[in-house]
Design a protein around this ligand. Structure first.
Ligand SMILES: Cc1cc2nc3c(=O)[nH]c(=O)nc-3n(C[C@H](O)[C@H](O)[C@H](O)COP(=O)(O)OP(=O)(O)OC[C@H]3O[C@@H](n4cnc5c(N)ncnc54)[C@H](O)[C@@H]3O)c2cc1C
Length: 385
């Protein structure tokens, strides 16, 4: 097994990091303090990032994409998360929207939608979670009722990334709640054609990354906007296979930022007449941080490598997501400890790294749900009802 980066990927990593440190890092704090990014600011950042392959990295060239390997998309996400996790969340979900159009759309839907990707000026979101259906995706209650050439949508989605700034949402709906997954479909809801209302939800970390409640009240959506009807549940699971591996990488980027900041602080800060990095217990914390981050990175790249080979990666993605996100919480917490009181202050970035890492053990399935999927694979017995 060799997950070493190719020369090209290593060069991309170096170039992206240098751009992000010069152009993006100086404005992160200011934006994080303002809360959720506006649509205008998001588009401007996305357009600056696109030349590196962000947003369209999974798309074919005919739609302005760069068909990068999943591992290369991982390199891009890790670097962005290392500099600004909030923006990484927004770009990751916007790219996921285009990925879903590409893998699940019919030829007409692709022709109509995908050419818009290359502008960077069309933001999408993916709306699965509801107030009564979080871990239990099969419990979706948002109904789509057929009325002539339209579906009529009624219900609420919650905690939807990019929801408040989205031009369009893929909404997981049911035509019959008693049928469970069999009756579920994604519908493409374009906001200017089929208006829905949004309310921003505030959270502990990733504060510049919008997460919103979406309300659909007799919202009429053209029947042609259904994405491969009846496959909504399987599509959701297929999306999670990719997104969980990517969230593993995302967390690794945040953890790496915490390691880099801690090394610098441990070299600069002196106590008892010596740099604190000379104390064995500080070194032990740092080595634990490095060890767990390396392990999370390898698990995540292993899952992305399987995706690149078109092989099944469900339990491997779950393992990557569960381990890397929890490891990032422990790593960023140790970074605060190494910084002493300054670690709790917003004059240093490590308190943000901790809040951001802590936020990632919940989305795309909680740590517990990932473990239940891995457990089912190991035992052949499902603990999920
Ligand atoms: C930052 C962020 C971004 C998000 N983005 C999106 C998005 O873009 N689109 C979207 O659709 N959703 C999104 N979500 C929602 C996310 O997917 C859900 O929050 C997640 O699936 C968990 O659902 P829940 O919050 O309702 O928790 P619940 O399902 O209510 O779980 C509560 C607790 O019970 C545990 N639990 C539940 N069932 C079991 C079980 N069977 N066995 C053991 N423990 C169990 C959970 O692990 C958790 O600890 C986002 C959430 C966050 C925080």
């Amino acid at each position: 097994m060799d997950f070493a980066l190719t020369e090209e990927q290593q060069m991309l990593k170096t170039n992206v990091r240098s751009f992000l440190e010069k152009e993006i890092a100086p404005v992160v704090d200011e934006h994080e303090k303002q809360g959720a990014l506006t649509r205008e600011a998001t588009v401007s950042f996305i357009q600056q990032l696109m030349p590196f392959g962000y947003l369209v990295g999974f798309l074919p060239e005919q739609y302005g994409g760069s068909v990068l390997e999943a591992k290369t998309n991982g390199v891009l996400l890790e670097e962005l998360a290392r500099t600004w996790a909030g923006l990484a969340g927004t770009v990751f979900i916007a790219a996921g929207f285009w990925w879903l159009v590409d893998v699940a759309g019919n030829p007409e839907q692709k022709e109509q939608l995908l050419p818009r990707a290359a502008s960077g000026d069309y933001i999408g979101c993916i709306a699965i979670t509801e107030p009564n259906a979080g871990s239990d995706v099969a419990g979706v209650e948002l109904t789509a009722t057929l009325d002539g050439d339209n579906y009529i949508l009624n219900g609420t989605k919650t905690w939807i990334s990019n929801g408040s700034i989205a031009d369009a949402a893929f909404v997981l709906t049911t035509t019959d709640k008693t049928q469970g997954p069999l009756a579920m479909s994604f519908l493409l809801v374009e906001r200017d054609v089929s208006p829905f209302s949004t309310r921003e939800l505030h959270k502990l970390g990733l504060r510049s990354f919008p997460t919103s409640e979406l309300s659909f009240d007799d919202c009429r959506v053209p029947k042609a906007n259904a994405l491969d009807p009846g496959t909504g549940y399987q599509r959701t699971m297929g999306f999670f296979d990719v997104s969980r591996a990517m969230v593993g990488i995302f967390s690794t980027g945040i953890a790496q930022a915490a390691i880099d900041a801690s090394i610098k602080y441990a070299q600069d800060r002196t106590q008892f007449g010596r740099p604190i990095g000379s104390f064995q217990m500080i070194q032990e914390m740092l080595v634990d941080m490095i060890m767990e981050t390396e392990a999370g990175r390898l698990l995540s790249y292993r899952a992305l490598d399987l995706l690149d080979k078109d092989e099944k990666c469900r339990w491997q993605s779950c393992l990557a997501k569960a381990y890397a996100t929890e490891a990032a919480v422990r790593t960023t917490s140790k970074a605060i400890q190494i910084h002493g009181a300054m670690g709790l202050s917003d004059e240093y970035p490590v308190e943000r790294y901790f809040r951001d890492a802590r936020t990632l053990t919940i989305p795309d399935g909680t740590t517990q749900i990932q473990k239940l999927i891995v457990g089912k694979n190991a035992l052949g017995i499902s603990a999920l009802v």
